[in-house]
Design a protein around this ligand. Structure first.
Ligand code: PMV
Length: 358
């Protein structure tokens, strides 16, 4: 038989929401109850690398995540694969002598190898980078001619937050109105150069897998939290407008107060869920107190904090000076090797560590 293999490798950074997505109105299509806004991280740090391969020698679709084979049966991977396959077009690689016609794709199988350079499912949005990277790599492999908006709506069907990782910089996931999800997609608000003074530091409080997955957490919140309804209908629509304005004007005080308030409201909804969900722990709370006290003492905010479905703190500093000062403070309160809960730091810029005397 034919012995060729066609390979494509892609790398996608994760994103961190500053206005959170929490709650689905449709679980199959993954349609949210509110818009959300995120910042995409620097690709050198938290990212997924995915290689997709197609060959007539493959007898079924298979996938390996961090070196371990996982099942592709049912659900989200199938949805992404199906949506990309539907849009596959002719591929010709003259160098390798490969020619795949549009109609061949339905009978060809893929092998997928995906690797995260950070802890999987520990509240560091691994699924966001993962599904965005998978969809992007498959689209390249199959020569799909769709824009990023369309690809984002396909990635959304893998993991909601993944739709925001198709772009760098600041990104908004528009919830959309259509029942079929066709208008629920991501758009770029500003590219990565727009506000590049910001420094993002992640304090890894725990790299253990989270206890409540975002899928079941959201379901329970939608079913039981009245605060969630209020947030989706009354709070987020206004907040999204204010956040877009703050990003456009690089208005750090507004950006920081909106980011912190929105993270706290998301965790309040988790507490308002029955049974309550606890994603933050004592260390997370201590980090909030340190940042709040410092911001108040300075008179103008230096750092914003935000927490996803886990205890790790994502800290966004106004500039390098503030980031360096932040790191000094964290090292003071959580001295390395003193048995504190703070494991390590992932940082956007290594030279900050030098500034802080590490
Ligand atoms: O896309 P999911 O199912 O991993 O959900 C992500 C939910 C949060 O990270 C808590 C918020 C967000 O908007 O990313």
């Amino acid at each position: 038989g034919q012995k060729w293999v066609r390979l494509v490798t892609a790398q996608t950074p994760t994103n961190i929401a500053v206005i959170k997505y929490w709650g689905k109105r449709d679980e199959t299509l993954i349609l949210p109850v509110n818009d959300s806004i995120s910042v995409t991280l620097d690709p050198n740090h938290l990212c997924t690398t995915t290689t997709v391969a197609v060959s007539p020698a493959f007898d079924r679709d298979r996938m390996w995540l961090n070196g371990k084979e996982i099942s592709l049966v049912g659900g989200r991977y199938q949805n992404c694969l199906r949506e990309i396959r539907k849009r596959a077009t002719d591929v010709e690689d003259k160098e390798k002598g490969i020619k795949i016609a549009k109609n061949d794709w339905e009978n060809l199988h893929v092998h997928i190898a995906s690797h995260n350079n950070f802890p999987t499912a520990a509240g560091l949005a691994s699924s966001a980078a993962g599904f965005a990277c998978l969809v992007f790599a498959l689209a390249k492999l199959m020569n799909v001619r769709e824009d990023e908006g369309k690809l984002s709506s396909i990635a959304r069907q893998g993991s909601g937050s993944a739709c925001r990782s198709l772009y760098g910089g600041f990104v908004k996931w528009i919830m959309g109105n259509n029942e079929d999800g066709s208008d629920s997609l991501a758009v770029q608000l500003a590219d990565e150069k727009h506000w590049d003074d910001l420094v993002i530091l992640i304090a890894v409080v725990s790299s253990r897998q989270k206890e409540t997955s975002s899928t079941s957490g959201m379901r329970e919140s939608v079913e039981t939290s009245l605060l969630l309804k209020h947030r989706a209908q009354e709070i987020v629509p206004k907040r999204v407008v204010q956040m877009e304005e703050a990003i456009k004007n690089k208005d750090f005080p507004s950006f920081a107060s909106l980011t912190c308030a929105d993270s706290n409201q998301f965790h309040a909804i988790c507490l308002d869920t029955s049974p309550p969900i606890f994603y933050m722990n004592d260390t997370s709370h201590k980090i909030i107190s340190i940042v709040e006290k410092w911001n108040r003492a300075e008179g103008t905010p230096q750092v914003a904090y935000t927490f996803d479905a886990g205890p790790n703190a994502v800290l966004i500093a106004h500039d390098r000076k503030a980031a360096s000062e932040l790191l000094k403070r964290l090292l003071f309160y959580f001295p390395p090797g003193a048995g504190t809960d703070l494991n390590s730091y992932v940082i956007g810029d290594k030279s900050i560590l030098q500034d802080a005397g590490v």
